[in-house]
Unconditional design. Sequence first.
Length: 356
Amino acid sequence: MKLVSVVGARPQFIKAAVLSARLRREFDEVLVHTGQHYDDLMSDVFFRELGLPQPDTNLGVGSASHAVQTARMLEGLEAVYLRESPDLVLVYGDTNSTLAGALAASKLGIPVAHVEAGFRSYERDLPEETNRVLTDHVATYLFCATAQAAKCLRREGIEAGVHDVGDLMYDSMLAALPRAQASEAEVLASHNARPGAYYLATVHRAASTDDTATLRALFEAFGRVDLPVVLPLHPRTRVAMTSARIEAPSNVRVSEPVSYIEMLALERNARAILTDSGGVRREAYFLGIPCVTLRTESEWPETLATGWDVLAGADVERIVSSAQRPRPDAPPPPLFGDGHAADRIVEILKHDPPHR
Ligand code: UD1
Ligand code: UDP
């Protein structure tokens, strides 16, 4: 079987590093980078650090409006699919690269496999929600990270091809954790941080960055917590801060985006994590680090009941009190599988191969 895997954004490189290695033991994989993320620290660093093979093609679409960016991807991907004639196209997550990868394949009658199918926050104005709903509705294989995600698909009438395989991000984390542990003294020193004595924050979603009052509130909250805040800054947020003239408070240590190994080291040692990122939230949960989610809705409401994850939106008081809350007594119950999602995906594709 020949498959084309489509990646384009930071979390997709991290997930593909684990699955791609596993897929290549059984199948012929062509890796396509759409070029949605292109800075060294948003893209190349993950290929180098995680041993992800260099892409066979980089479409180099870069940044643009949703329509222009997605259209460029569709055009480039269609040409790749026509040239390679794959049996399957595999896409990850909920970015514009995901949607373009799935849509271009579907229109050519090529079966689609969607990793992280079924996540829903039911915020229809979120670009990610549009991307995942549309992708799920053209996919043949729907690999879900949680039982709840499979349930969401059933509610939309999608029954066939749904597999609860666990979260590939958990596989990725387990694979990288020994290296993160080995380097953590050095990483913490480079951020001038002491174990358990800082908060780690990330902000990048459109809902956080595109509204000045929201972004201002998030930084106000960061300035009011009782410890330093380490903030590896997504380029989107840097642009938004500059145009809204927002300056980081004095306890906030802003850095460039960090590598995945560095990020895991920072996550493991944080007092709590404050984030609007889907991936970082789940990593906090896997690692047993309390999380304050800077959003009002969640794709995995089941973590909220455990006390490890709190939705605080951009409510300054709520962010501050949630960050400083005590750690829950019981460890986080396993909701995201057992770290063998990649193996399951490969087994399913081997035993039930796609038909064109
Ligand atoms: C995208 C995804 C989001 C995902 C995130 C992961 C969509 C609609 N959004 O958001 O779901 O959570 O990736 O990080 O697909 N930029 C750079 N250098 C880069 C990449 C981006 O400077 O290498 C800046 C540009 O100013 C760009 C902005 O970031 O306009 C936004 O980039 P874009 O890829 O459109 O969306 P993300 O916010 O990264
Ligand atoms: N990450 C990273 N460096 C950073 C910030 C995040 O390696 O500076 C990793 C993080 O550990 C997680 C993934 O990137 O594995 C999450 O990506 P992001 O927050 O950009 O997107 P989302 O998961 O929200 O789609």
